[in-house]
Ligand binder design. Structure first.
Ligand code: DAH
Length: 354
């Protein structure tokens, strides 16, 4: 029995894997295993012999079983160790470089405008890009024969023959949103409307689609002084430096009086710097809302008055970020987008209280 014990403990110790171990178990203590067969012999023994051999065989069987169990556990531990070693990952390694998209300068400046005007209590309104000619022109005091209609190089929507609905246009400016917000919110109100606008025009500073932001403030005692303060506050925050404005008398059908607004700038070696020098650059149209426009929006001009302005988003983006050609904005050239685009995490710069 000692030989048997020595033999199996030796074999078990040397087993390389679980299946070898299982073979050994069958060979030793399985139904027809060497030790099981010995136990069957007990029946043939005399009671005295059996009393000696029985406990010994049982002890041997127990010992083999626990050696098998111990070895099995050791093999499993070793397998786990091996797996942990083989499947090890260095989570501190940098990831493979991935191309990141950028925020388009128009989107960036749109956000900047929204943030600055929001600080001054303006909320954002939107309107459709396909407008009726009433909202785009008539309600803004631009009647059918008015030269402004022709000047705007308007895109008209196609009408099938026999379709007699009034014409729809691609809005030529964001001003129709003035009327829609008056209808919806009444007075008093303070809103801006950033959005796409369309005109049939194409050169270095004009594209058939571009962006404007409209501003509108209506209350009982709003004046040109409020307009001037709001615009100077806006430009100073936007350009991050104190910017003076110059108001020049002008004419728009939807405002009376009307003013074109210039911002202070310097020209050096062909580059513009805003907020310094004694040059001026035209950036927007504005004025006191015409009584007829208030009326078209359902607001009583005897009780309310306000200012409005309209400004090109693309234009002020070109000025702030030194982008020379407007057409490149909409070419979707990846090299341009990577160069002029902004990181998604770059928070718009707005400097209040300059
Ligand atoms: N809608 C004008 C344009 O597209 C810009 C403009 C001028 C808007 C004067 C206004 C304004 O609100 O008061 O050229």
């Amino acid at each position: 029995m000692d030989d048997l014990k020595a033999k199996y403990l030796d074999l078990i110790a040397g087993a390389g894997d679980e299946s070898a171990l299982e073979e050994l178990r069958v060979q030793a203590v399985g139904k027809k295993g060497e030790i099981s067969l010995q136990m069957r012999e007990l029946g043939k023994m005399s009671p005295e012999e059996r009393q000696v051999m029985g406990p010994k065989l049982n002890a041997l069987k127990d010992e083999i079983n626990s050696a098998l169990a111990a070895k099995k556990a050791a093999l499993a531990d070793a397998a786990l160790d091996e797996r942990l070693r083989a499947e090890w990952l260095d989570v501190t390694l940098p990831v493979r470089p991935q191309r990141q998209g950028t925020i388009h300068p128009v989107s960036q400046v749109w956000e900047e405008c929204t943030a600055i005007f929001a600080d001054m209590g303006f909320s954002v309104a939107e309107g459709p890009q396909v407008e009726t000619d009433w909202y785009n022109f008539d309600a803004l005091n631009i009647p059918g024969h008015h030269p402004a209609r022709a000047e705007m190089d308007t895109f008209y929507m196609h009408r099938a023959e026999g379709d007699n609905r009034p014409p729809h246009v691609l809005r030529t400016h964001t001003s129709p949103v003035q009327i829609r917000s008056m209808e919806q919110g009444g007075a008093p109100t303070r809103i801006i409307c950033p959005g796409r606008v369309y005109r049939a025009d194409y050169d270095q500073t004009h594209t058939p689609m571009f962006h404007q932001v409209e501003g509108l403030a209506i209350d009982r005692d709003i004046s040109m002084a409020n307009l001037k303060w709001v615009l100077e506050e806006f430009f100073s925050a936007y350009f991050g430096t104190k910017v003076k404005t110059r108001f020049r008398a002008s004419h728009f059908p939807f405002t009376e009086p009307s003013a074109e607004v210039d911002i202070q700038c310097s020209w050096e070696n062909g580059t513009v710097k805003v907020g310094e020098g004694d040059g001026w650059l035209e950036v927007l149209g504005s004025g006191m809302i015409h009584p007829k426009v208030l009326q078209a929006g359902g607001i009583d001009p005897n009780e309310w008055q306000g200012f409005a302005f309209g400004m090109g988003i693309d234009r002020i983006a070109m000025l702030k970020y030194g982008i020379p050609d407007l057409r490149a904005f909409f070419d979707s050239d990846l090299r341009w987008l990577r160069h002029y685009g902004f990181s998604a995490l770059q928070v718009p710069t707005i400097r209040g209280g300059v």
